[in-house]
Design a protein around this ligand. Structure first.
Ligand code: 5RP
Length: 262
């Protein structure tokens, strides 16, 4: 079955499969959102079903919660479990310090709350997400719908004083309507192109009334697992300063490759 996967899906799958090796019996796990995180949820579901491992998942979106229930991962809320052992999530960009841009899937707020409430965060990605400096991917910023155009204008004015290459912003749309997050908010995508000082940008953005949170995840990620289409993975651990290369054994199981949507 894996032979039918495209190289990019195989890369996402092997990164996800390697990441669930970090899961231990009894852990409380933050479940990320997106196509790479969906592979991780499926792998975790298989561990629950086949190996009987007991975990409690806290999903970062309704999409992920639906998938988790579908594949058999027990779901709770962050308020119930309070703190997490591990979060595994995808990313839109990661830099050499494992700082991230996230929110391409519109779930950045819950993703940031969950990752921050975790002892450890592992990012799973393919090599296309790797950059020297963050910013080629438009930075998602979650804003309150009330007065969003004023918030947008304030953000653009602030960006003029910051060390970034672009200052244009766009309201994210879905079916010609403003995209709504799980909290009912809007997303502004900031086309900054180059963010040499992400700490400064993050601080300034979060001071603007109307901004709920931005998609810069700074000093949150501990490990990035980079999958490749040939089934190999690179595991970079920022705390240990280690980089390891491994080949992942892929054993096809019909259950894992159930045609479930993300
Ligand atoms: C969702 C996210 C995702 O992790 C990010 O967009 C990567 O998604 P994918 O794995 O589909 O490329 O931040 O808000």
């Amino acid at each position: 079955m894996t032979a039918e996967l495209s190289p990019i899906d195989k890369a996402k799958f092997v990164a996800a499969k390697r990441a669930v090796d970090y899961v231990e019996d009894g852990m409380r796990i933050g479940l990320g959102t997106g196509s790479t995180a969906a592979w991780m949820v499926r792998c975790l579901g298989e561990m629950v079903r086949e190996e009987g491992i007991r975990v409690t998942g806290v999903a970062t979106s309704t999409r992920t919660a639906d998938l988790a229930r579908q594949v058999g991962v027990p779901i709770s809320t962050l308020d119930e479990v309070k703190w997490l052992d591990l979060t595994i999530d995808g990313a839109d960009e990661y830099d050499p310090h494992l700082n991230l841009i996230k929110g391409g899937g519109g779930a950045l707020l819950q993703e940031k709350i969950v990752a921050t409430a975790s002892d450890q965060m592992i990012v799973i990605a393919d090599a296309t997400k790797q950059v020297e400096t963050l910013g080629a991917f438009p930075l998602p910023v979650e804003v309150i719908p009330f007065g969003w155009q004023t918030t947008k204008a304030l953000i653009e004015e602030m960006l003029g004083n910051l060390d970034v290459l672009g200052t244009t912003t766009s309201l994210r749309l879905a079916n010609d309507q403003p995209f709504r997050t799980d909290e009912g908010n809007f997303i502004l995508d900031l086309h900054l192109r180059h963010i040499p000082n992400p700490q400064q940008v993050s601080l300034v953005l979060n001071q603007i009334p109307g901004v709920v949170e931005n998609g810069l995840f700074l000093d949150i990620c501990d490990i990035v697992i980079i999958g490749a289409g040939d089934g190999s993975v690179e595991v970079r651990d920022i705390n240990n300063g280690t980089v390891e290369h491994e080949q992942i054994d892929i054993i096809d199981t019909d259950n894992l490759f159930l045609d479930v949507s993300d």
